[in-house]
Design a protein around this ligand. Structure first.
Ligand code: ADP
Length: 442
């Protein structure tokens, strides 16, 4: 029975509550000086101490690296007309993603130069904000050392280095542009900043895209690791790096055979285990593995695998498309996708089975992220909290946001209000906002 196969993916409400509590413990470990070195959830201080007040102004460059696309952006902030942006996407070939650090940063410098020449802004000295969405240990707003690559990147000679130095060195090697990177930030911070510009209750930023991660505003007296000045505002944005939650084995009690398989075959084995149960890079593949199990036991497609046997062939956007059919009626999207997967003969009951698998995988992902968000909301403990969210999984999946709203409402303190706010282009806008603040304070 399909029921038996998907059962391990269906978790009780109490399990999600328990996961929220476990994350709270892991976060406390990350924040404490004595336990931080061995903590998996790193709770990295970002040096972003204040959120925007809407009065930021000026022209800025921004880079966005760490997701599906690498982008260079030109952003104008003004009190009168808000934010104006122009951007260009540059592909990062897989050869560069897994090559040397020098090749990667030379490619980035080439793209900045191309963009600057295309926009004819060589004459201007524009401050640059760098959204670099990998775990970094920041030593100031403009010094960030890569801890470890994630999401399919594995360039050599970058881990442990200050990424801003590597960028500046590559820019110097080209010798045809004048650009200074004044801030390095994580996409979660960009997401939070771009929403906080519009909504002053925004104190949490969450990414649900290729990977998953979150940041939030924490009081300095809770951050033992903070050894900088404690002047007002006595707060700092913490990049939780919650994707690594579970890397010490604490989530093994919910991990299924499929989760173990995903991890076994990944570039970063044993790491980012929470992320591997949730994010866009993995959700489609989890569904594929469940389908393979159903086909193997002749519960689907009369035992024919078609392209389901090819790794990473079932994309997370197919999960969204299948769920848009609601598991009944004409199964329009589902049929198209099954055909694309090379299966010629199938029944409505196969379509319905595929729907149930997709639904089980995405409900688990949405509830896991909700449990984690509630943990952050409880820490902040304010009557009104806006959660800024970015990422294609949240944006395009037909039920993700709905399930999250329901789950958070059930798990969060009675009487407290919350809002989920879609962040519009946080990586670009947020980088400009952080650069604007950094530039003003220089
Ligand atoms: P980033 O790489 O910066 O996180 P996105 O937020 O666009 O970029 O996330 C990309 C991820 O979102 C990919 O892993 C992809 O599988 C997933 N994705 C893209 N489209 C959809 C969709 N329609 N439904 C669900 N997930 C999607």
């Amino acid at each position: 029975m399909i029921d038996n196969i998907i059962k391990p993916l269906l978790l009780e409400d109490e399990t999600y509550t328990k996961i929220g509590r476990l994350l709270e413990q892991e976060m406390a470990k990350g924040l404490s000086k004595t336990t931080n070195p061995s903590a998996k959830v790193k709770m990295l201080p970002t040096y972003v101490r204040a959120l925007p007040n809407g009065l930021e102004e000026g022209n800025f460059l921004a880079l966005d690296l760490g997701g599906t696309n690498f982008r260079v952006l030109l952003i104008s902030l003004s009190k009168e007309s808000g934010v104006r942006m122009e951007n260009k996407i540059y592909p990062v070939p897989e050869k560069i993603m897994t090559g040397t650090g020098k090749e990667l940063f030379d490619h980035i410098a080439y793209c900045i130069s191309d963009f600057i020449h295309e926009h004819n802004i060589q004459g201007q000295h524009l401050p640059l904000g760098f959204t670099f969405s990998f775990p970094c240990k920041q030593e100031s707003l403009s010094v960030g050392r890569l801890i470890s690559w994630t999401k399919g990147f594995s360039c050599s000679d970058v881990e442990g280095e200050n990424v801003v130095d590597l960028l500046h060195a590559a820019i110097k090697r080209r010798n045809d542009i004048s650009v200074e990177c004044v801030a390095i930030l994580n996409d979660t911070v960009g997401c939070l900043m771009s929403c906080a510009y519009l909504d002053h209750d925004a104190e949490i930023g969450v990414i649900l895209g290729t990977g998953t991660n979150a940041c939030y505003m924490e009081k300095l007296d809770k951050v033992e690791l903070w050894d900088q000045d404690k002047a007002e505002p006595s707060q700092v944005v913490i990049n939780t790096e919650w994707g690594a939650f579970g890397d010490d084995g604490c989530l093994d009690f919910i991990r299924t055979d499929y989760d173990f398989q995903i991890d076994e075959r990944s570039l970063n084995r044993g790491r980012q285990l929470f992320e591997k149960m949730i994010s866009g890079m993995y959700m489609g593949e989890i569904v594929r593995l469940v389908v393979v199990e159903c086909v193997r036991t002749s519960l689907m497609f009369s035992g024919v695998l078609g392209r389901f046997k090819e790794r990473d062939c079932f994309k997370t956007k197919y999960v969204s498309a299948v769920e848009k059919d609601h598991g009944r009626g004409s199964f329009e999207n589902t049929k198209r996708i099954i055909e694309q997967m090379g299966i010629k003969e199938f029944t409505d009951s196969d379509c319905s089975a595929l729907f149930r698998i997709c639904q089980a995988v995405s409900i688990r992902a949405a509830k896991l992220s909700s449990a984690a968000i509630v943990t952050l909301m409880n820490r902040i403990n304010r009557p009104n909290i806006t959660v800024a969210v970015d990422g294609s999984l949240f944006r395009f999946h037909p039920r993700f946001e709905g399930v999250m709203k329901e789950t958070i409402a059930e798990m969060y303190n009675f009487g407290h209000q919350f809002k989920l706010m879609l962040s519009e282009d946080g990586s670009g806008k947020g980088a400009a906002l952080v650069a604007a603040v950094a530039h003003r304070l220089k």
